[in-house]
Design a protein around this ligand. Structure first.
Ligand SMILES: Cc1ncc(COP(=O)(O)O)c(C=O)c1O
Length: 365
């Protein structure tokens, strides 16, 4: 091969997503409709019917480019939070906002990026893609250690990622700790507070207030989880207009599609669907916690729509469940080979898990 790629891109370990249903069905000769995907923290109820109608309506205009600035959606998001459209940046999933932060705030080979050990994989993946030194702050029993972050905040730090709730651990940062950290955050780096699972937590921290105060923060939110629009890829960042303007400059002109914008707009108007989703999630999560306790497995109580469980050999349990039509997430790629992550599904899906998991665990441990 004569074309020579950047070695840091060529050597990249790709992100390992949850396995798609059709793939698993083919491999194991299963009926796709009988497979439960509990692997990617998706909404088991699907999208709001209003969002689905908005997608169908938008298809009539498929020959036209979308509104590149996403004005209607940015205005609606801004209104929900008491902000202005200039605070809102849309992304192809909130993942894309993470990428914008690297574009706008880092340079190859320079400075450092901080994130917690066992934090969402994309922070580190992007650091490698942009060739920026990445430093993991050791956890305290699967919790972010903010004192550890503070101790590493020298002036070469460019980005700091905090995820609350964090994926895959499912833990959140206590409000008092987060507030103290934000109040002492120095000038220079950008603090990214990833709230992809924000809707699932009670007594959320005042992150929007911090954005309003003009702190050096971007708050990440997504329509992929509580709103059930993961397949459309739409998320957003909220930041002071000066920060948002820089992030806007790093995006492609048409980074979010017209159906995605339309569906997100309709989702914002259907809070009932979010309430139903939350009720199902809390009931399913309580049920899963009790079941795991009864089974005698160690788990980290989830604060979002998934739970991390220690099962012995995570890959083996993942494969055994998959053969029976249940897709969960093995966590070897997170350097947690004895753990799996289970997303909260419908009551029927959770009942199947309760039936099948005890058949597998005794032979795998
Ligand atoms: C903590 C966290 N942040 C961000 C994302 C990205 O979600 P999306 O790009 O679908 O908005 C995820 C997805 O799993 C996540 O778990």
């Amino acid at each position: 091969m004569s074309a020579i790629p950047n070695d840091y891109v060529a050597n990249l370990e790709p992100y390992e997503p949850g396995r798609p249903i059709p793939d698993v069905a083919r491999e194991h000769g299963l009926d796709p409709s009988q497979i439960a995907k509990l692997a990617s923290n998706e909404n088991p109820l699907g999208a709001s019917p209003r969002a689905l109608q908005a997608i169908r309506d938008s298809l009539a205009h498929t020959h036209l480019y979308p509104d590149g600035a996403g004005l209607a959606l940015r205005d609606a998001i801004a209104q929900t939070h008491g902000l202005t459209r200039d605070h809102v940046v849309l992304g192809c999933g909130s993942n894309e906002i993470i990428e914008f932060c690297y574009h706008a705030y880092t340079q190859p080979g320079k400075g450092r990026v901080l994130a917690s050990a066992y934090a969402f994989a994309v922070y580190g993946l992007m650091a490698r893609l942009f060739n920026v030194p990445f430093e993991e702050v050791p956890d305290r029993d699967f919790q972010h250690d903010l004192a550890g972050f503070a101790a590493r905040l020298q002036n070469d730090v460019r980005l700091v990622f905090l995820a609350s709730p964090n994926n895959p651990t499912g833990t959140r940062i206590p409000n008092a700790e987060l507030t103290a950290f934000v109040e002492k955050f120095p000038a220079g780096p950008l603090l990214v507070i990833d709230e992809a699972y924000y809707e699932f937590i009670s007594e959320p921290p005042p992150t929007i207030q911090w954005v309003k105060q003009g702190r050096p923060i971007v708050v990440l939110r997504t329509f992929s989880k509580a709103q059930g629009l993961a397949g459309l890829r739409i998320g957003y960042g909220l930041a002071h207009p000066d920060i948002a303007a820089v992030l806007q400059k790093s995006r492609q002109p048409f980074n979010t599609s017209a159906p995605a914008q339309a569906a997100a707009l309709a989702s914002l108007a259907d809070q009932e669907h979010v309430r139903t989703t939350l009720a199902l999630t809390y009931a399913g999560r309580d049920r899963l916690h009790s079941f795991l306790k009864k089974l005698g497995l160690r788990f980290i109580p989830g604060t979002a729509n998934f739970v991390m469980v220690e099962v012995g050999d995570g890959d083996a349990v993942f494969l055994a469940l998959q053969k029976r039509g249940l897709i969960v997430r093995p966590l070897r790629s997170y350097r947690l080979p004895t753990w799996i992550r289970i997303s909260i599904g419908t009551p029927e899906q959770m009942a199947r898990l309760e039936e099948i998991l005890p058949q597998i665990i005794p032979t795998q441990k």
